[in-house]
Design a protein around this ligand. Structure first.
Ligand SMILES: [Zn+2]
Length: 482
């Protein structure tokens, strides 16, 4: 047994769960390799020159004092696949269910747990990768009155206002603000988790702030339940346009309890038309805790960008609202003057053929604004979208592993279409496609689709990991698809 192990074992024996007097209000307590007086190390925590190494599946570090309102910053590093949790307001450090939990998980998408670092677990989940394995990052938690804020590398990832008389059921019943301990623990047996240092500052009564009124209505209850179920409640189709800033988008996400994917419009006659403008856009949002997306516009986009530049994005998507008809007329279906319908049945057949060409040849992850019809035909949606036409679209989605967007703004596709696609095993994404800074909404149609089509978390799209990008595997088509 090493000196470290002996030292750790003696320490555990001496101070096991003995609650000490904690730091005074306003006073900063720091834990690092040279100062562990006020903390208890359990189950193989090794003191190394870089910090405290949590070596196995049940390794943990627990404060020997309680705090209620505080500012905490932990400098952490994971190796590949390692997952952990930071617990606060824990009254019983041996119980996993007690206290609020913040996830530590830097694995790529579709690898390991769905929730990523900074997720206020099952209360306001975060699914966006905010940190990277093998690189130091900071995890911050601030609790003031009823307000909880979680930050990763100084960017706010989750915010939550605990309602008065909050009620939680089942195994999250302990996630209620009160005075409690701080715990960092491992939650899987893969890789290693290293704590470089952690500072905790209890707040004085002047610093702790007032209670914020929490929104409590029927939609909040649905959103709370979906968060508890770890349903990936993500709006993958938003745009920073019409004055909408990233901070406004984030504030809105906090208020409605979802995550956002933010997309640039990329294509002919759009602001982003080549690799250089695409890279500028990516770099402008690369550090933000949102999914980074590219909306591929028109059909010409395949000739404007390189696969490598496209693959930097978490996912890419396109719709079938821009294409050229058999008479050579380039149409944009949302603009009446640019839409030509000589015969409605012929038009519908041509639309379905265009969707098949686009989704089978363009390496996109999501089909956006699906089943959209020009204003002239929209009233006849149910008649024109026959079962045969629906099934052709569903088949091309399934055959090419493209997710079907459920669009909150246009309320498409119909619930009938969604039910049919679910039965065929198609994956879904939610998208608002906002046009400005005042029409983000609360994804009402998507919540309705969850209820009426019985969607579960397993039905939902999650971006591909870096080495699985379709554009890198298939490349881009040499010619435009329609
Ligand atoms: Zn859009």
């Amino acid at each position: 047994m090493s000196h470290t192990r002996i030292f750790t074992t003696i320490l555990i024996t001496l101070v096991f769960y003995a609650c000490q007097t904690g730091p005074r209000q306003g006073e900063v307590t720091k834990i690092d390799a040279s100062n562990i007086d006020k903390f208890c190390l359990q189950h193989d925590v090794e003191i190394t020159k870089d910090g405290l190494l949590l070596k196995n599946q049940s390794s943990s570090i627990t404060s020997q004092f309680n705090v209620r309102n505080f500012e905490l910053t932990a400098k952490l590093k994971t190796t590949q696949g390692a997952e952990g949790i930071l617990i606060f307001d824990a009254t019983d450090a041996a119980s996993n269910a007690d206290g609020y939990e913040v996830k530590i998980n830097n694995s790529d998408y579709r690898i390991g747990k769905l929730q990523k670092t900074g997720s206020l677990s099952r209360i306001r989940n975060n699914f966006v990768r905010t940190a990277t394995d093998n690189q130091w990052f900071t995890l911050g938690v601030n609790v003031t009155a009823n307000h909880i804020k979680v930050l990763v590398n100084d960017k706010t990832v989750c915010e939550y206002d605990e309602p008065a008389n909050v009620e939680r059921a089942g195994d999250i019943s302990g996630r209620v603000l009160r005075e409690g301990r701080i715990v960092i623990r491992r939650s899987n047996g893969i890789g290693e988790l290293l704590l470089g240092e952690m500072t905790i500052k209890p707040l004085t009564s002047e610093q702790k702030g007032q209670n914020s009124p929490a929104i409590q209505d029927s939609l909040t209850k649905i959103v709370d339940r979906l968060n508890d179920q770890e349903f990936p409640l993500i709006d993958f189709h938003t745009h920073l346009k019409g004055g909408l800033t990233i901070d406004q988008a984030y504030t809105h996400a906090h208020q409605i309890g979802c995550n956002y994917g933010v997309a640039a419009n990329c294509g002919l006659k759009f602001p982003v038309t080549n690799d250089s403008t695409l890279n500028v856009y990516y770099n402008s949002i690369s550090k933000e805790p949102v999914f980074k997306a590219m909306q591929c516009e028109g059909r010409e986009w395949v000739t404007l960008f390189s696969p490598h530049a496209v693959a930097r994005f978490d996912y890419i998507f396109t719709d079938a609202m821009t294409w050229t008809d058999l008479k050579g007329r380039r149409m944009r279906l949302w603009i009446p003057e640019e839409t030509f319908i000589d015969n409605e049945q012929q038009f519908m057949d041509m639309l379905v053929s265009k969707i098949e060409a686009i989704l089978s040849q363009e390496p996109v992850d999501i089909h956006a604004n699906p089943t959209y019809l020009p204003a002239k035909l929209a009233a006849d949606y149910d008649r024109l979208w026959t079962p045969e036409r629906m099934d052709r679209v569903i088949k091309v989605l399934k055959d090419n592993d493209v997710a079907l967007e459920i669009n909150a703004r246009f309320k498409i596709p119909s619930i009938t279409f969604i039910q049919r696609a679910k039965a065929a095993g198609v994956k879904f994404s939610f998208g608002t496609n906002n046009g400005s800074n005042n029409d983000l909404g609360r994804m009402e149609y998507c919540l309705k689709a969850i209820r009426e089509a019985g969607l579960t978390g397993a039905d939902m799209f999650i971006p591909r990991p870096a080495n699985e990008k379709k554009v890198m595997k298939a490349g881009l088509p040499a010619k435009i698809t329609g």
